[in-house]
Write a protein that binds this ligand. Sequence first.
Ligand SMILES: Nc1ncnc2c1ncn2[C@@H]1O[C@H](COP(=O)(O)OP(=O)(O)OP(=O)(O)O)[C@@H](O)[C@H]1O
Ligand SMILES: [Mg+2]
Length: 258
Amino acid sequence: MFIEINNIQKQFLNKDQSPVDVLKDINTTIEKGEFISILGPSGCGKSTLLNIVAGLTKATSGDILVNNKKIEKPGKDRGMVFQQAALFPWLNVMDNVTFPLKKEVPKREAEERAKKYLQMVQLGKYVSHYPHELSGGMQQRVAIARALAMDPEILLMDEPFGALDEQTRSRLHTQLETIWTETKKTILFVTHSISESIKLSDRIIVMGTKPGTILQDIKVDIPRPREEHKKKIIELEEHIMSYLKTEIDKVVSEELAI
Ligand SMILES: Nc1ncnc2c1ncn2[C@@H]1O[C@H](COP(=O)(O)OP(=O)(O)OP(=O)(O)O)[C@@H](O)[C@H]1O
Ligand SMILES: [Mg+2]
């Protein structure tokens, strides 16, 4: 198996130093080239899980293997697109994208790759702009171009399209599908959106909260292009919705109790 997630637990400390279980008994395996969505209510630990796979956060116990090698720290095999764009404010768009790339390839190649991916996310005309001159959605697209330009085997994406308008989001869905088909990357894609997860993924991991666990692992057996199978999409949407509603109700009632 390409990625093995074995018995991951994560505890954070409350302000009074008491431990809280954020992730509990997370077990799954992912094949090379799979497109996996991780879906779940706010606060269920999706970003935490992705950060552990990225090697940015340490699990309290359990381990993650990529190609039979235990993950200890971030690596070139895994590219991350964060929930917030995380650009360097003092670098322009081109330099933001080429910054990590320049350590790997000659400057000219770095710039060519950066241009290719910036054009793909429709920012070809903004290479000299600085992050503060861009909208939030544009900054997010720079971050996506930066991750793609590194050409990692595994792409970790934390709600990458959450801040985008519907049209841009839809265009990027198509572009991401093309990239995925052409390059056979393995993608872990965190999202709040049921329809986005059905549109894009081979499998949807549905998480519940308090503590974050895997509730369901759904294989999306709808042929692509999926738009042609509206009835099947709606059926699956309703199935997942009923599942998530129970979880979201749990979060809301706990918040109201505070
Ligand atoms: N560094 C930290 N210290 C303490 N608690 C944390 C820390 N990071 C996350 N948490 C807690 O862990 C839980 C899961 O957070 P996480 O960001 O993984 O959720 P999420 O599923 O990504 O939510 P969202 O959909 O809102 O992005 C939350 O209750 C959060 O308060
Ligand atoms: Mg998150």
